[in-house]
Design a protein around this ligand. Structure first.
Ligand SMILES: NC(=O)c1ccc[n+]([C@@H]2O[C@H](COP(=O)([O-])OP(=O)(O)OC[C@H]3O[C@@H](n4cnc5c(N)ncnc54)[C@H](O)[C@@H]3O)[C@@H](O)[C@H]2O)c1
Ligand SMILES: O=C(O)C(=O)C[C@]1(C(=O)O)C=C[C@@H](O)C=C1
Length: 373
């Protein structure tokens, strides 16, 4: 689209005076993927971040990536503590942080919210300085090495209602804003139901599919294309972390898996009796489900078309291709790459607004690119 900002990510902005006053300095406990990414985003905004981890090496790696410093904070000066450790450790670490940093607000980023809040209440912890939260951004990777200051840009970040003073909530809202995320307030139980639907059950379905691949003979695996890779990306996730997330949210997850079992039974029955409607019905329902997902940046999805371009596995090929697309004034809405197993080439699937695809195809062909669709 001509005139549109084609830069893929928003650069971190310096913190405003109010945000400095609310947050500076911050302590991040747990400097893996999420903690180090938060440290990188806050540091890029100019906030002083102190990094702590049960493994000093993780904090050192995070510091090396620009997430902050491993030097200790002056405890009484700390304004915000972000607890980014695995869910089972969260209540204990939050409780200790509240005791140690007496003027700080403490938030956690665990993927479940009600069990954490319940555990803190059962332990008799004063929750006026605690505000639970959850950024809906991450990846299948663990540890600080894949951290990025851009991880949360334009992603949803939930603040769990039901604890924290108004001032405490404001500090966590400032954290969300500085990380470039979009704030959403939810009751803990509503959060846990929603993430079971859109994150935890999809993780299980991905792992179920990927686990079957262990039985596939290696020559058959050579036929694996982009489809199976798309469906199994998150199956590469950390089993210990996900074991904790799923156990903590098991009631919601069980309800949803039972519904999936009923769908599967229906499909098996239909296939057994060779009822074509059983399959078309399922595929049509899946298509409806996909189109129900909000589009990029949380806006309603717009119709996209995919242009598939063959690119040589050579230095500068991607840059040339992107420059060509930019020259056409077309925004890349999404992209993925599939590598050819037999020759030094890849197939780049570029999703663009449907109305722009035909003109883009014509321009690319005229410039000598090989198109696959
Ligand atoms: N991975 C994701 O996609 C994602 C997204 C959003 C939220 N989360 C949540 O964020 C939290 C961290 O997940 P992650 O993916 O960054 O995991 P990670 O394994 O990358 O990092 C966890 C870090 O916590 C440290 N740690 C563990 N126990 C500790 C303790 N008791 N004290 C201090 N440090 C400790 C580990 O050494 C590690 O460096 C989890 O609660 C997870 O549910 C994860
Ligand atoms: O892998 C990703 O892309 C993710 O964003 C991971 C994802 C998700 O399922 O949305 C996984 C768990 C977290 O609690 C939040 C984010």
């Amino acid at each position: 689209m001509a005139g549109r900002d084609l830069s893929p990510i928003r650069a971190p902005q310096p913190a405003s005076e109010r945000q400095y006053a609310e947050l500076d300095p911050v302590v991040v406990i747990g400097t893996g993927l999420v903690g180090a990414s938060i440290g990188c985003a806050l540091s890029a905004a100019g906030i002083q971040v102190h990094l702590r981890d049960r493994y000093r090496s993780h904090a050192l790696v995070a510091a090396g990536l620009g997430a902050g410093t491993v030097s200790s904070a002056q405890n009484s000066a700390v304004k915000l503590v972000v607890v980014a450790v695995p869910p089972d450790a969260v209540p204990e670490v939050v409780e200790r942080a509240l005791a140690r940093y007496r003027h700080a607000v403490v938030t956690d980023v665990a993927s479940v919210k009600k069990p954490v809040m319940d555990a803190l209440r059962e332990a008799g912890v004063d929750l006026s300085r605690y505000v639970g939260s959850h950024p809906m951004a991450g990846s299948q990777y663990s540890g600080p090495l894949t951290a990025s200051p851009h991880l949360f840009v334009d992603r949803r970040w939930v603040i769990a209602d039901g604890s924290g003073s108004a001032q405490a909530v404001r500090r966590v809202e400032a954290l969300v804003a500085l990380c470039g995320a979009r704030l959403i307030h939810l009751a803990p139980a509503d959060h846990d139901r929603a993430v079971a639907e859109v994150s935890h059950v999809p993780q299980i379905m991905s792992s179920l599919t990927a686990a079957r691949l262990r039985e596939v003979p290696p020559p058959d695996l050579l036929l694996a294309g982009q489809g199976v890779r798309d469906v199994t990306r998150v199956a590469g996730s950390d089993p210990t972390l996900w074991g904790q997330i799923i156990a903590a949210n098991r009631t919601e997850i069980l309800t949803q898996l039972r519904a999936i079992r009923a769908d599967l039974d229906q499909l098996l029955e239909g296939l057994g009796t060779n009822d074509p409607q059983a399959v078309t019905g399922l595929i049509a329902a899946g298509r409806e489900g996909v189109s129900a997902l909000p589009g990029k940046h949380g806006h309603p999805g717009s119709a996209l078309d995919t242009v598939v371009v063959e690119i040589p596995d050579a230095p500068g090929a991607l840059a040339r291709l992107f420059a060509e697309i930019q020259a056409q004034g077309v925004n890349i809405e999404d992209l993925s790459i599939e590598h050819d197993l037999a020759k030094p080439a890849g197939y780049l699937s570029v999703a663009v607004e449907a109305g722009h695809a035909e003109a883009l195809r014509a321009a690319m062909t005229a410039s000598g690119w090989e198109l696959r669709s």
